[in-house]
Design a protein around this ligand. Sequence first.
Ligand code: DAV
Length: 371
Amino acid sequence: MLKEKITVSSWNEWDPLKHVIVGRADGCCIPAPEPALDAKVPEDSDMRGQYGPRMQDTVDKANQLLDDFSNLLQKKGIKVDRPTPINFNQKIATPDWEVESMFGCMPARDIILTVGNEMLEATMSYRCRWFEYLNYRPLLQHYYNSDPNMKHESAPKPRLTDSDYRKDYLSDKIGIQKRLEWTEKKFFVTTEEEPLFDAADILRFGKDLVVQHGFTTNLKGIDWIKRHYKNHRVHAVNFPGDPYPIHIDATFTPIKPGLIINNPQRRLPKDQRKLFEQNDWKIIDAAQPAHNSPPELCYSSVWLSMNVLVLDPKTVCVEKSEVYQAEQLDKLGMEVVPVDLRDAYAFGGGLHCCTADVYREGKLEDYFPKQ
Ligand code: DAV
């Protein structure tokens, strides 16, 4: 039998998508309490104080939607691969800590960062997500065996001892005002003990990588990324206005060369706009979400409305109920593909979160020649 031809390559968020990983909802758990997670779960969330496997009917529904999304992508000629779920409902431990359960393997984007021909497993910053890369190992091994140019990398596994987390965040009664003050001052739950980053804090713009400094990625993590991607320029950004800053992809979303939509409650500070402005990139406010609150037992905010998946510079997948976001992108000249995914949000995010690039056509380009 001929070996399947696979090419791993993706340099940005918008070039024509040809091969992608789509996550699964199987066995997903609400993780047990731990420092980083407690800081992120909203104070009024229905998830506080409970953990363990999610209800099977919600898993089945989410899987149906993820399968439908995969089929839709395949019909458009995009190859789709799926992770192999491990048993998340078990106690895990390292010599430094133990937790009662893991999380799941729906948001592939959080773990796997594809830059060019390299797929990198992020350090992650929650203990419950420490082993999450294992769900993707069968695929990454397959790519490694099939594409002689593919580079499989893993960032240094963090210790995640208590010294990685600020105790100030341990209370569940901090209040939004205080949280906003803290995040504006870049006083986040993670300390600078060791490099930490989630892959979903990184956006790829050809030669430039834009990385969110927040709860899940610290400055040492950003420095590690800088040293690792020596031929790239790495830019740290932060978004005051977000009381729970994790992952950049419900905050700052490039749509095509020259155009970014930005969460109007989490605007990029003036002093960080220079890179985009002097290279004639437009940053516009994203449309309002269609919902006032997230679905039940969901970690993410209503701003998953802007967690869109760009298929090519003229085509974008938008969650079906997010009519305002769809309308905005339509007016901007994009062909909008509606995708029903809201009932899968609770499993780890939206259309961008639940995917990870394997191959996008196109090559490494410099979108920001003026630095
Ligand atoms: O707005 O809750 C969600 C990002 C998920 N990857 C938010 C961020």
